[in-house]
Design a protein. Sequence first.
Length: 647
Amino acid sequence: MIYKRLLEYEEKVIKLIDPVTPTELNDRTNDYDSLPPSKFAFKRAKDAFRPIRFQWNGQLYEIQYNTCGNPLCKNHGLSQERFNIKFKPSRFKLDDRGEGKRVFCNPDRVEPDSPPTCGSRTTTVSNWSLAEEIERLIRINSLTPIEQEYNFHKTSCATETHTPKTNPKSFYKRGTNAAKAEQFQCKECKKYTNVSPNKTRNLTYNQKRNEILQMFAKLLINKTPINRTCEILDIGKGTYYQKLEWLYRCCLEFLETRETKPLAEKQFPEMWITTDKLHYVLNNVLKKGRGKNRGVLIEDKQLPTYMVASADKRSRYVFRSDICFDWEKSLDEISDDTKHFKEDHLHSFSRKNERFGIYSTAPCPPSKFDTQSMAEYHRDLNKFDKRRHYVEGLHVGQVYTSMAHFWLLKNSLSVDRWRFVSDDDGSLKASISRIFSDKIRTGYAHHFLCLTDKTLTRKQAKSEFIESVKELRKWAKAKGLKYDSLSEIALWQLQETMVVHKFHEKDVAPNGEIYYTQGKNRLKHPIPTSDRGHRLLDVLTDTHHLTNNQLAILLEQVNDNAINNFFQIVRRRLSILERPLVTARGDGKSYIYSNFNPKYSQMATTILRTYYNFCMPFKANDTELTPAQRLGIANRVYTWEDIIYKR
């Protein structure tokens, strides 16, 4: 085993194929000063439907997600097409009503008597920016071997091209030093060279205080604040973050062999994915030496930050957890991209950095036919530059991180039938609808909503649970049913309910073909949760190829317990991600333990996710197993020693 390191920002893991060709770039340069911004952008409106291609791990991928986002529409997930009939209409057009461009689903003029299109407007995304976000999520979770260059010879040595690997007979082996590094001596020039050991020879090479690593890991996932950890282990803040990064690398190495490879080889007939977003507040800290600007800057002291995570409902295995924040992107790079690609005059769907929202482009001096005045330019530039006073990094739009999250999930798992459970979050619904459009169209993916009333107190929720259980048993007794569990009664009741309950509204096209539209008819699950009360269920995808009994079986299984359980553990075990504390005065919230660099939140969450999946067994169905064991990719309970030393 060789030592590995995290990838640097410049080491791109995917290769984009001509997002902007040299000819297109030259045209942009020529048009920038000769056209007003509206005409400049209109000339490149077709970029919305242009696929982005990239290579990753030797495979070619193509993404284009500006299409109809309604899972019940016959145009859902289809690519843009211009039909060869009178007036040559297109499947979609761009609509600019409201904020930003939207994809409008045109009426069907090829077969006007067939079921109509939904006519909905789907917010556009930048396929290029999405590819950049996919690259970021891959890179921050990837390692590369540490390659060192050695000079085994003195100047003008006769065998200067020889190495111990290619010409072992040209060297003497001189044993190992105290760090267990092999020593070689050139037979010609007599030069000694130490070769760094691999992990098999020395697990602690180039690392001080290795003996504290296991205790550090235990303190980290048991909500011990950074200052207290430093006091207990007698280390400084710099050593704390160095150990955190070291442990993060250990977890990524462990996951390479214990998660990535087994999942790539395993085929799942059905997978229930529960997804949610965790919200926490990032402390927005001024850079060193910028304190004089305090009070005059527009940036908020606390910034809302999100994490997207997905878990398997049955095994509780957490596949991914991604922070919606890029801590490596700089404003200088955005300024360079804006000037180089002329992005300040482009629509949002054509921009490389659209995922950064208000910081997607940098203000540029008005061009010859620009509609912006110099006063407006200086005002925007001043607002843009104020961000430079704060710590590096920019928030990423939730839709982009969510879509990249699901794209990687789709391409890392081999699943026949997908089942998704989420709340009524717009970014999650849009991401699942777009990324899995091919599976949804063929009926191999279904999306269920699971909603709860968050205003209920724990006492009210418990009362709802007790009353519902009584009513459920009373119903079973009246029907003369014998049962072993409440789930059986719930399934029978759902089967009876689905005879009359419909989630979608039925309609008939002029040609007699039946089609469905989304209704507003959510169903209450027969069994509420004891801590959150009743659950309202909804189905966003077409389930009419299923029988009432088959749909009832799916609905009975809908819950978001797996992802909620993981988020509860994150809150209770990671100090920097805990819920806000009430101030001493009782008049506000304190985020005293929140960190100012989400890089460490991402690392800590990945460390906890690894421990949670492989080292934390839970009891269910009279068996006590870890999520990895229940998923079928592990055969025992692992320990910190296994993760750190990769036993």
